[in-house]
Design a protein around this ligand. Structure first.
Ligand SMILES: CCCCCCCCCCCCC[C@@H](O)CC(=O)SCCNC(=O)CCNC(=O)[C@H](O)C(C)(C)COP(=O)(O)OP(=O)(O)OC[C@H]1O[C@@H](n2cnc3c(N)ncnc32)[C@H](O)[C@@H]1OP(=O)(O)O
Length: 355
């Protein structure tokens, strides 16, 4: 006697490139992928069959996996695009229903596709960077050592000044230069590497912000404090050195951790936040130092530029410093904007990673 062929329940979902069918049959023996199946359905062991005429052409190769509970079928679409429905006929066959476990609407599927693409691109770019750069370890080692030396130098200055402030009180303001200048000279000469590093492609820092930072500080340190003894025992030295070293004892350890692929949230926050009060205060302290040095340069004629006889004797260096004062505020604006962007970039990309 001929057994009755039954139709199983079929659930479907799609992605841009694939169709997923889930046939509710346990222990099924799949015959030809197109139709016939032998398995246990709701009505016991039977032969089951279904047929679907797809809305658009699909590739001939079929992937199917039979489990104790169901048969999973994956079919590739000929062309990667979203279908409005599964079948050519508009009316959905009664045995067919959406597979809500797999179901995504078009925009969700697009996002899933995009995320997969991004993951693929990231993987490729990380792999190619690692493969392409045989000196990566050496570069990281150099940067780590550079940051470590700077961190130790600025920490020494910061601790020295703080201890002296506690012991001597306001008196410590007057000989900051004599107790810390050698170390500051060392650190700021080393800091020239911060302009070289982006030029060599060792770090992603912009060349201009680094140049403004290093040129600005070294003008104050070597030209104003270093060459004018009269400036060296003024309290302004204390404020300038203290503001510089306060940011650096957070910035350099932050970079050190970045070199070994680690991050401490609090340190990152400090690196990208305390410049907000410190930078303007630093520029104000530096401006005070420049203003205080003007009459000294006028008096001593140090670094004055000789002029042709008709124009007078010489141009005092204080005139150049007045121009520099204006440049300082331009420098402040450029670097403040740069640091603001770096802060936004850091927190925006971190937020994206969390989602
Ligand atoms: C046209 C004008 C002419 C100019 C003439 C001169 C005018 C002078 C005006 C100057 C005013 C200066 C005043 C200033 O001296 C006052 C003070 O300093 S007060 C104290 C407060 N100061 C600060 O907070 C500023 C501290 N300095 C800095 O932050 C940097 O020097 C600066 C260049 C301004 C910004 O840093 P950067 O661009 O590097 O930002 P990031 O830290 O986000 O780094 C970007 C990515 O590069 C990686 N990186 C950078 N350096 C290193 C390193 N040494 N080792 C390892 N990695 C490094 C970093 O990790 C970032 O990578 P990622 O994006 O992957 O995280």
């Amino acid at each position: 006697m001929k057994t009755k062929i039954l139709t199983p329940h079929v659930y479907w979902a799609q992605r841009h490139g694939e169709i997923y069918l889930r046939v509710e049959l346990s222990d099924a023996k799949v015959g030809q992928w197109t139709t016939s199946t032998l398995g246990h359905g709701a009505k016991g062991e039977h032969e089951y069959e279904f047929s679907l005429e797809f809305l658009e052409p699909v590739r001939p190769e079929i992937n199917h996996k039979s489990t104790q509970r169901q048969v999973d079928i994956k079919i590739k679409k000929q062309e990667e695009r979203w279908w409005d429905r599964l079948t050519l006929q508009e009316k959905k066959p009664v045995f067919l229903a959406p597979d809500f476990d797999r179901w995504l609407d078009e925009s969700d599927a697009e996002m899933e596709l995009q995320a997969k693409e991004e993951e693929k691109i990231n993987k490729i770019s990380v792999e190619s960077r690692v493969r392409k750069d045989p000196y990566l370890g050496l570069k990281r080692g150099y940067l780590f050592m550079y940051n470590l030396v700077q961190f130790l130098g600025f920490s020494w200055i910061f601790v020295n000044m703080t201890v002296r402030l506690f012991i001597l009180g306001q008196d410590s303001f007057y000989d900051t230069f004599h107790s810390t200048a050698d170390m500051m000279y060392f650190c700021q000469m080393m800091a020239v590497l911060e302009v070289v590093n982006p030029l060599l492609g060792l770090v992603k820092t912009g060349f201009f912000p680094a140049m403004i930072q290093v040129a600005g500080r070294n003008t104050i340190l070597f030209v104003i404090f270093g060459s004018l003894e009269e400036m060296q025992n003024r309290p302004v030295v204390f404020f300038v050195f203290y503001l510089w070293s306060t940011i650096e004892i957070f910035r350099y350890p932050f970079y050190m951790l970045a070199c070994i692929g680690t991050e401490w949230k609090l340190l990152t926050w400090l690196r990208y936040s305390i410049w907000i009060p410190l930078y303007p205060l630093g520029v104000i302290a530096e401006a005070v130092a420049v203003i205080q040095s003007l009459p000294i340069f006028d008096e001593t004629r140090l670094f004055s530029l000789p002029l042709p006889a008709v124009m007078g004797q010489s141009l005092s260096f204080s005139c150049i410093l007045q121009l520099y004062l204006a440049l300082m505020f331009l420098g402040l604006f450029i670097n403040f904007r740069h640091l603001y962007k770096q802060r936004r970039r850091r927190y925006r990309s971190r937020k994206r990673k969390v989602h």
